[in-house]
Ligand binder design. Structure first.
Ligand code: C2O
Length: 596
C-alpha cells in the first residue's frame, strides 16, 4: 500500500483500509516505512492523487480541487502587511479575563523574560489520528492514552504541561486575557481566519506533550468522527468515570445512551428521529462544504489583521459550536464544553477539535492545497506555544497548512455527506407543500436594525446583483449572502438559521422557508456578571457586531433559482438575543483555486 493511504483523509473510497486494519498486524512497520519520507515524496503522491477529482459535491463543483493550480504560492505581497503577532506574555490580565470558572485566573506563569525560539518542526514518524469509535476497540492504544492524560493531570499545578495549565491556554486566547501586542484590541482566536490554524497548533503541542509524557513519539489523539453515523454519538471512550479522560461536567442526557449529536444544537432538544438526525447532520456538513468551497472565508472565518478584533466565524466553526453546546452542562455556565473558558478542561475537547481540524484538512484537499488566503496577514500571523521540549516557540500560520509538516495525519473514514444525499427535503424546507396556502408579500430590509424573535422568522426580500450568471462568471465571482451588524451578548448562547427561497407570483411567498443556507451561532465566552435584581436573570454584557457570510451560488443551482431577481431570506432565531443590521447579496471574487 502506498503512503497515500495514511497521509490524507480526503475521500471515502479508502474506507476499506480502515476496517481491515485489524487484520494487518504489521501496522507499525508500515508506518515506520513512512517515517523518513519527508515533504517531497509525500507531496508528489498527493499531487498525483489530486489529478483524479475527488467525488466532490457533484456537478459544477468538479472544476474545483484539481491539481491544476497545485504549487501556486501565496506570494502576492500586501501593500501594508499587518499579521497578528503574539501578545506580550508578561501582560496577561490576571483576574480580569472574562472566565467565570477560572475566576479570571487563566494566565500562565510567564514573566515575559523567557526566550521565544523558532519552533523546530519535528522529524518524527507520522502520527495517525484515528476515530474515537475505532480506537474504542484498541485496548493497547487506550492504555497509552489514559496513561498520558493521567501523567499530565498528575504534574504539579504550576507545571506548564499540567492538564489545567494546558486547558488555560484556551481560556487565555478566547477570554480576553491578553491585549494584542501594542494595541488595545483583545487577542482572540475564534470568529475569524485564525480559528483553524490556532487550534491546529494547540492540538499539535498538546498531543506532542502527551507523547513525551509516555515516551512515545507516535502518540496521536483520537478524533470524534461526528460527520458519519458510526461516530455521531458521544464517544464511549470518555464515559468511564474511573479514567483520567472522564469529565463530570457534561450534559448526561446527551453523552450517555448512545444519543446522536445534533450539529444544529442550540440548547433545545431535537425532535427528529435518529434517522432524520443523521440526515440533518450530514446535510449540515455538506452544506458547509458545498457552499463555501469557492470562498474560504465563508468556511474558515473572516480575515483579521493585527490591531483588530472581528466577529466573523465561518461555517465550520458554527457547526463546531453546536457540538460544544451539546456536550456542556444544561444550565449555568454550560461548562465544561459549552463555555469557551472551560471547554478545554474536558478531554473530549481535543477529540472534537481533531475532527474539526480533520475537516479543514479535507477542505484543503478538495481545493488542491492552495493556501486559502493569499494574504501575508494570514500566512505570517504568529502564535506562541510551549513545545514538547518545554521551550516557548513561535509558529506561523503558513507552516500549519500541511499536516505532514507537523508530522501527523488522519486515518481515512467514509465521507457520507459527499455522496448523493438529498438535503433539499429536510423537514424545514417545506416550499413544496404550498399549493393552497395564503401567500404574503415580503418587504425589503430597509435601514433599521431588526430584533429577531423566536417563533417569528424575519423574512426579507433581497435583490440579487445579477441573475443567470454564466459558468465563467461563476468561476470568477461567488454570490454571497451577507448579514451584517449582528448584535449578540457575549455571555450567552445565540443561534439563528438562514433560509433562502424564491418568491412566487408577484413577490408573494407562502410560509415555506426554503433551503438552509447556513447558521450563525455563538458560544458564551464572557463572564456572567451579577444577577439582575428581582428577575434572577443574568446581566448581559458587551454586544458585539458580527458578520455572517454564506455562499449562495451552489444553493441557487440546487433550488433552480438562478433566474430569480430577488430572493426571500428568512432568519430564524433559535435562541438568544440577536438583532441584525443589514441583509444583502453581493458578488465576491472567488478564491484563486476556484478559477481553474
Ligand atoms: Cu477554541 Cu472549540 O473552541
Amino acid at each position: 500500500m502506498s503512503s497515500i493511504s495514511v497521509s490524507s483523509s480526503f475521500t471515502g473510497s479508502y474506507s476499506a483500509c480502515i476496517f481491515s486494519r485489524r487484520d494487518r498486524p504489521d501496522r507499525s512497520a508500515h508506518f515506520t516505512r513512512l517515517a523518513f519520507r519527508k515533504g517531497g515524496d509525500d507531496r508528489k503522491e498527493l499531487q498525483q492523487q489530486q489529478q483524479s477529482p475527488p467525488p466532490l459535491l457533484d456537478r459544477r463543483d468538479m472544476l474545483l480541487g484539481l491539481g491544476g493550480l497545485y504549487g501556486v504560492a501565496a506570494s502576492a505581497p500586501n501593500v501594508i502587511a499587518n499579521p497578528m503577532v503574539p501578545p506580550d506574555l508578561s501582560k496577561c490580565r490576571k483576574g480580569e479575563a472574562d472566565a467565570p470558572v477560572f475566576d479570571g485566573q487563566c494566565c500562565p506563569r510567564y514573566t515575559g523574560t523567557e526566550t521565544i525560539y523558532d519552533y523546530d518542526f519535528p522529524m518524527t514518524a507520522i502520527r495517525v489520528r484515528r476515530p474515537a469509535h475505532v480506537v474504542k476497540e484498541d485496548p493497547e492504544y487506550l492504555k497509552k492514552y489514559h496513561e498520558a492524560v493521567s501523567a499530565m493531570k498528575a504534574l504539579s499545578e504550576d507545571n506548564p504541561w499540567n492538564f489545567i495549565q494546558q486547558a488555560k491556554i484556551h481560556c487565555q486566547y478566547c477570554n480576553n486575557a491578553y491585549f494584542q501586542n501594542g494595541s488595545d484590541a483583545y487577542m482572540q482566536v475564534h470568529y475569524s481566519w485564525l480559528f483553524l490554524p490556532w487550534h491546529r497548533y494547540y492540538l499539535h503541542f498538546f498531543e506532542r506533550i502527551l507523547g513525551k509524557l509516555i515516551g512515545d513519539d507516535t502518540f496521536a489523539l483520537p478524533y470524534w468522527n461526528w460527520d458519519q453515523e458510526a461516530g455521531m454519538a458521544f464517544p464511549e471512550i470518555f464515559q468511564d468515570q474511573s479514567l483520567a479522560i472522564y469529565d463530570e461536567f457534561r450534559n448526561q442526557d446527551h453523552v450517555t445512551g448512545g444519543k446522536l449529536v445534533d450539529l444544529k444544537y442550540f440548547t433545545e432538544e431535537s425532535t427528529l428521529t435518529p434517522e432524520e438526525l443523521v440526515q440533518q447532520n450530514l446535510c449540515q456538513v455538506r452544506t458547509a462544504f458545498r457552499q463555501s468551497i469557492t470562498s474560504a472565508e465563508t468556511f474558515m472565518g473572516k480575515p483579521v489583521s493585527s490591531g483588530e478584533t472581528v466577529e466573523g466565524p465561518g461555517q465550520l466553526e458554527t457547526i463546531h459550536n453546536s457540538v460544544h453546546l451539546w456536550v456542556g452542562t444544561k444550565g449555568g455556565n454550560r461548562e465544561d464544553m459549552g463555555h469557551l473558558s472551560t471547554a478545554a478542561r474536558d478531554c473530549v475537547f481535543y477529540c472534537h477539535h481533531a475532527n474539526v481540524d480533520r475537516l479543514w484538512d479535507v477542505y484543503r484537499h478538495f481545493r488542491g492545497h492552495v493556501p486559502e488566503f493569499d494574504d501575508t496577514d494570514w500566512l505570517d500571523s504568529t502564535f506562541v506555544f510551549m513545545d514538547e521540549n518545554k521551550k516557548l516557540v513561535k509558529v506561523k500560520i503558513r507552516d500549519s497548512l500541511e499536516t505532514e509538516k507537523l508530522r501527523y495525519t488522519y486515518e481515512r473514514v467514509p465521507l457520507p455527506w459527499l455522496g448523493k444525499i438529498n438535503c433539499e427535503e429536510t423537514a424545514e424546507t417545506t416550499a413544496a407543500v404550498e399549493q393552497n396556502v395564503t401567500k404574503t408579500a415580503v418587504a425589503e430590509f430597509g435601514n433599521m436594525p431588526f430584533d429577531l424573535v423566536i417563533g417569528t422568522p424575519l423574512r426579507v426580500l433581497v435583490s440579487r446583483p445579477t441573475k443567470n450568471r454564466k459558468k465563467k462568471e461563476k468561476k470568477e465571482q461567488v454570490e454571497v449572502l451577507e448579514i451584517e451588524n449582528i448584535k449578540v451578548p457575549t455571555n450567552d448562547v445565540a443561534h439563528f438559521d438562514v433560509f433562502v427561497r424564491v418568491a412566487s407570483d408577484g413577490g408573494l411567498v407562502g410560509p415555506g422557508l426554503g433551503q438552509l443556507a447556513g447558521c450563525y451561532s455563538r458560544l458564551p465566552h464572557g463572564k456572567k456578571t451579577a444577577s439582575m435584581p428581582g428577575t434572577g436573570k443574568l446581566a448581559k454584557v458587551v454586544k458585539n457586531l458580527a458578520k455572517l457570510k454564506l455562499g449562495l451560488s451552489s444553493l441557487l443551482e440546487d433550488i433552480e433559482a438562478e433566474d430569480a431577481d430577488k430572493l426571500v431570506v428568512s432568519l430564524v432565531l433559535r435562541t438568544g438575543e440577536v438583532s441584525v443590521g443589514e441583509v444583502s447579496i453581493k458578488l465576491l471574487k472567488t478564491d484563486p483555486v476556484a478559477t481553474i
